[in-house]
Design a protein around this ligand. Structure first.
Ligand code: NAD
Length: 705
């Protein structure tokens, strides 16, 4: 018997334990071993039923994504062939689920006649998040078991549900509270089935041949309309819907064949390639030159946060949620009380939504302490500063931290744009200083830019990466420059958007082009949400540097001066009526007025020009960042933009998108507008030398540099 399977007989039951660490991914070797073990059980006349479980491991996290790489050449037995074969063994199969049953893992559980699970186990069909659909029967068997609506919700959302919820839906037949009891209880449950002779001959509901009924006659039309509105342009969700419709129209065998065709089509789709690229980029991002398993780590048990404003509060919540005690320091008791009250209120909201219990709320608040005294930070292992975005203010904070913090404490700044090296320089321990750039809302957004200063010690970087994962963040390392990876790229992208409005576009037109591409929000809606005054303050510190172009972000500056700070003042680039965002003719008038003052000729702007100028300059800056070594690899840049700036993951990120468009298309586009826009073009639309080099050498991929 393979080492990947633990096969045991317990009287009339065959117990088949899957032992492929760490997550029982259903790669070729495990599939083969599982098929062999099931054949042995089927041929053993003593065996009346088979219990499948993860031997000291999660049940199964699904397919081995490495096998999804090139053209689909799954070594036999492929999962879509293996699973129906198991269903035909003629003996009841019972799945005993702990940990996770995801993707192919859940599809394996679905061919079983019954499912027993630990209440905390997570069940899901997350294939859409990789741009594909369940390809081993999930789209046909899940709706047959729990109904069309619930099945569709699980497959379109891609988010796992708890086994407890699965029990309510009829996906799980028997719940077990503790992992230690799972196998014994699954055996008892199976014996009861045999005694009742249900397991013997009752065909599993998931194998019912007949098509099932949709909830209503118009159900699929309505779903189609919703997808068109909410997931515009996305291939996999549409394929899921088509597959579920097949479950309502076709016999099981035909439905499975249809699912297989849709699955293979999705697998080859550029969107699936982009999402696989994102998946691998997440693993790559943790590989940092100069840091490996031998790099020592510092202990982080006590965290302090300076500033309890928008960011400080959210940052503190991340650590509390992970069970780490946090001390928050503020300037005044009013600011402190306000900050602590806001954190409690956020937890209250979670409690009202049923996400945490009252006990959990109190446990979390008990981990939080407020102070006005730096002396209370003496024991902190990690201090994160989140005070106003002003170099002098931050340097003062770091001078004090240097005085009070214990040796070896990590001192981090949440600055969005300032020079981490200049902040580190005011301390006697620049090796302990690092940037930790959280995104707003800091307790929600997963991205964390970890900014490596020129003196940052390897163990400080390694520790912050480890801590980032402890608080469930996606850390991406950036070097020091204005705005790091994300905000530095935002600048030329947003600059073009602003200039285009002076030249004749409207904010609504620009934003529509960007959301049409799949961005979660257009530039102007985003600035209105973040506050136009915030960007204005950052520019104030750089006026001398930017004086050569009076049109630079001029529209935003003007709106800020007029008190139009965005959503919070009801007016910004748009006019807000409640939650409704409306184009504002006044903004067009302001743009006309500014254009006249600046000598900018207004004209009709095409959507193509908006796309090309905004996107190509975004891409160009990313390529430049790579060349400067600020970003380690193009995947890191793409992760920042898909996780921090709403760039659609199914387009892979700006640089992956550039490769799909063709690097030469991007370069020629920049060159075209550089010429066409006269002095402005000459000043700003400068192709990155690396982009020119790549195109000159006929490279199609940025990684080839
Ligand atoms: P904020 O104005 O909401 O909060 C700042 C807090 O710091 C205030 O409560 C203030 O009382 C306190 N403070 C100021 N000086 C202090 C000092 N010397 N000691 C102790 N407390 C002090 O600002 P914010 O939006 O939370 O931004 C904080 C930092 O985070 C800035 O550097 C900002 O650039 C950065 N950041 C902000 C965002 C965002 O979207 N708001 C995103 C990423 C990073």
């Amino acid at each position: 018997m393979s080492q990947l399977i633990d096969y045991r007989r317990d009287q009339e039951l065959a117990l088949i334990g899957l032992c492929s660490a760490p997550v029982n991914a259903l790669g070729h070797a495990l599939r083969e071993a599982l098929a062999d073990a099931c054949t042995i059980a089927a041929n053993d006349p003593q065996v009346r039923a088979i219990v499948l479980y993860g031997q000291q491991l999660p049940f199964s996290a699904g397919a081995d994504i490495g096998e999804f790489g090139g053209p689909l050449t799954w070594q036999a037995p492929a999962l879509p062939d293996l699973l129906p074969a198991l269903a035909r063994l003629g003996k009841p199969l019972i799945a005993a689920i702990d940990g996770v049953a995801l993707g192919g893992g859940l599809e394996l559980a679905l061919i079983c006649s019954h499912r027993v699970a630990v209440a905390s186990a997570r069940l899901g069909l997350p294939e859409v998040t990789l741009g594909v659909i369940p390809g081993a029967g999930g789209t046909q068997r899940l709706p047959r078991l729990i109904g069309v609506e619930a099945a569709l919700e699980m497959m379109l959302g891609g988010q796992p549900i708890s086994a407890r919820r699965g029990h309510e839906l009829g996906l799980i037949d028997c719940l077990v509270e503790h992992s230690d009891d799972l196998l014994a209880q699954a055996c008892t449950y199976t014996r009861q089935l045999l005694a009742d002779s249900i397991g013997n001959d009752a065909p599993a509901r998931t194998h019912r041949p007949a098509p099932i009924s949709p909830p209503t006659a118009t159900f699929f039309d309505e779903q189609n309309a919703q997808l068109a509105a909410r997931k515009t342009g996305q291939h996999a969700p549409q394929a899921v819907l088509d597959a579920v419709r097949a479950a309502c129209e076709l016999e099981l065998t035909q439905g499975l064949a249809h699912e297989q065709a849709l699955f293979r089509e999705a697998l080859e789709h550029p969107q699936a390639k982009a999402l696989r690229y994102q998946f691998f980029a997440r693993n790559e991002a943790l590989k940092i030159p100069g840091i490996d398993r031998s790099t020592p780590l510092r202990d982080i048990n006590q965290v302090a946060v300076i500033g309890a404003g928008t960011m400080g509060g959210g940052i503190a919540m991340n650590f509390i949620n992970a069970g780490i005690a946090v001390t928050v320091l503020e300037l005044s008791s009013q600011a402190l009380d306000r900050g602590l009250a806001q954190i409690r209120q956020n937890y209250e909201t979670s409690r009202k939504r049923g996400k945490i219990s009252q006990v959990q709320l109190e446990q979390r608040m008990a981990l939080l302490t407020g102070t006005l005294e730096y002396a209370d930070l003496a024991d902190a292992d990690l201090v994160i500063e989140a005070v106003f975005e002003n170099l002098g203010v931050k340097q003062n904070v770091f001078r004090t931290l240097d005085e009070v913090c214990k040796p070896g404490a990590i001192l981090a700044s949440n600055t969005s744009t300032l020079d981490v090296d200049q902040i580190a320089a005011v301390t006697r321990r620049p090796q302990d200083v690092v940037g930790l750039h959280f995104f707003s809302p800091a307790n929600v957004m997963r991205l964390l830019e970890v900014v490596r200063g020129k003196a940052t010690a390897p163990d400080v970087l390694a520790t912050t990466l480890k801590v980032a994962r402890r608080i469930d963040k996606l850390p991406v390392v950036s070097g020091v420059c204005f705005g790091f990876i994300g905000n530095r790229m935002l600048e030329p992208y947003a600059r073009e958007a602003h200039r285009l409005v002076l030249e004749g576009a409207t904010p609504g037109q620009v934003d529509a082009v960007l959301t049409g591409l799949g961005l979660a929000m257009g530039v102007f809606a985003m600035y209105d949400l973040a506050g136009i005054d915030i960007g204005y303050q950052v520019r104030q510190a750089r006026r001398d540097e930017l004086a050569h172009d009076p049109s630079y972000f001029r529209l935003a500056d003007e709106l800020c001066t007029l008190g139009r700070h965005g959503q919070k003042t009801g007016r910004g680039f748009y006019h807000y009526q409640g939650r409704e965002r409306l184009e504002d003719p006044e903004v067009v008038e302001i743009a006309e007025h500014l254009a006249a003052e600046l000598g900018i000729e207004r004209r009709t702007i095409s959507d193509k020009e908006i796309h090309d100028r905004c996107l190509f300059m975004l891409i160009n800056e990313g390529v430049q960042l790579l060349d400067e070594g600020i970003a380690l690899r193009s995947g890191d840049i793409d992760l920042v933009w898909t996780n921090g700036y709403g760039f659609p993951a199914w387009r892979g990120g700006p640089l992956h998108y550039a490769e799909q468009l063709g690097l030469d298309t991007v370069l020629h586009g920049i060159a075209h507008y550089r010429q066409a826009l006269g002095a402005y073009g000459q000043q700003w639309l400068q192709p990155a030398p690396l982009l020119e080099h790549l195109v000159a050498h006929h490279h199609t991929h940025i990684a080839q540099r």
